[in-house]
Design a protein around this ligand. Structure first.
Ligand SMILES: *Cc1c(COP(=O)(O)O)cnc(C)c1O
Length: 380
């Protein structure tokens, strides 16, 4: 682990600070919420939601997390190549021609439907799989109504069925009709499991919930909880009210530096499209971070703010690929090299990922997972 030295070249421009102790805290808090016998499956897809997959998974290994989920085979191979231990489940589709790599890297594959199972089984190499069951989302999974097909997946000689799972896709909602829908999904899933049991199939591990499932339906029995966004100390949206509200701590802060300060007079413009026109004499600062680093361009023209010297400064004009401008007229003593915080704490103020995501009309999951590869990640 590297310590933060202020004059490191990597911290001249724009970077993300990853607070591993906060990740440890979140793991502890979330594990305490899980029902007895339920294991945390850490979802580290999309570069661990922008936090850096290998560093995050390595830290999780160190604190005793040995179950991971990724979206793609590449993500799984990468974790294994860097020595990550434990089970790694690929949540997405993998083409059967890549089966030798599933074996070589000891990855568990999601069976996305009956046909996929048959194709994976056709090779003579045994692999570990989890069967995905569609209970209404209509994304991946064999339909819960096709019990004969699902039974026959269990009979496939080369498939070691280690898990069966479904996905609650409105578990974030506390609206009555959504709760009723979730209950229907659960009932369909349990009915299927009961049917399999009656046909003398030994049930593998089962899992149902992701972050919102755990926060809104903490009572559900299962062998794993697939937790992504909550692990990083964030929820998708600030308007989400969950049944339980554990004290989670954001893991990531996003920072940049002031590289230039200038004074403009009333009537002058700033940035592409002359989108900002000064209504008064204005002091502006240029920050060396832009949309190529993952700052949503939709935060342009005052929709977004940054923290500088503990004060909020509005983003003015259009966000550029590599820079953005802020209004610092009312903030004193700002100078070149000062740090601006786009996500995280600055002084007594804080800008949350939920807040920024909402301002740019998305969810924190998208905001974080789109943070650019150009950003240095600093692990604290
Ligand atoms: C991404 C994903 C998760 C994790 O979801 P969060 O809401 O981030 O906790 C869980 N299950 C599946 C199938 C996923 O694709």
């Amino acid at each position: 682990m590297r310590t933060l030295t202020l004059h490191s070249n990597n911290l001249d421009r724009a970077w993300a600070e990853i607070h591993l102790a906060n990740l440890g805290h979140n793991v502890k808090v979330l594990r305490n919420l899980l029902p007895h016998g339920c294991e945390l499956m850490a979802v580290v897809k999309a570069n661990a939601y922008g936090h850096g997959d290998v560093k995050i998974a390595r830290y999780l290994n160190r604190i005793g997390v040995f179950s991971f989920a990724v979206a793609t085979i590449e993500e799984g191979i990468r974790l294994r190549t860097y020595g990550i231990k434990g089970n790694i489940l690929i949540l997405g589709y993998t083409d059967p021609h890549r089966l030798p790599e599933l074996v070589r890297y000891r990855l568990s594959q999601t069976v996305v439907d009956y046909k996929h199972a048959k194709q994976l089984n056709a090779s003579e190499q045994p692999i570990s799989v989890h069967i995905k069951i569609d209970t209404g989302m209509h994304r991946l999974g064999e339909s819960c109504n096709n019990t004969a097909e699902i039974e026959s997946i269990f009979q496939c000689r080369n498939l070691r069925v280690c898990g069966i799972y479904t996905h609650l896709y409105v578990a974030d909602s506390t609206q009555e009709d959504d709760i009723a829908f979730t209950k229907e999904q659960l009932s369909d899933f349990y009915t299927l499991l009961e049917h399999l049991k009656q046909h003398r199939i030994k049930l593998p591990k089962m899992h149902i919930q992701s972050s919102y499932g755990i926060l809104n339906y903490p009572e559900l029995q299962c062998s794993y909880a697939r937790i992504g966004i909550a692990l990083y100390g964030v929820l998708s949206s600030p308007s989400n009210r969950t049944k339980i509200q554990p004290e989670l701590r954001p893991v990531l802060s996003l920072k940049s530096r002031v590289v230039l300060i200038r004074q403009i007079v009333a009537g002058e413009c700033v940035g592409y499209g002359r989108a900002f026109s000064a209504s008064r004499n204005t002091r502006i600062a240029v920050l060396s971070i832009g949309y190529a680093d993952g700052v949503p361009r939709s935060l342009s023209c005052g929709k977004g703010e940054v923290l500088i010297h503990g004060c909020r400064a509005p983003i003015i004009g259009r966000i550029c690929m590599d820079q953005l401008m802020i209004d610092i007229t009312d903030i004193h003593n700002v100078k070149r090299g000062d740090i601006a915080t786009l996500l995280g704490e600055g002084g007594s103020e804080v800008i949350t990922a939920e807040e920024v995501a909402a301002a740019s009309e998305t969810i924190a999951n998208e905001l974080l997972s789109r943070l650019g590869s150009r950003l240095e990640r600093v692990y604290l």
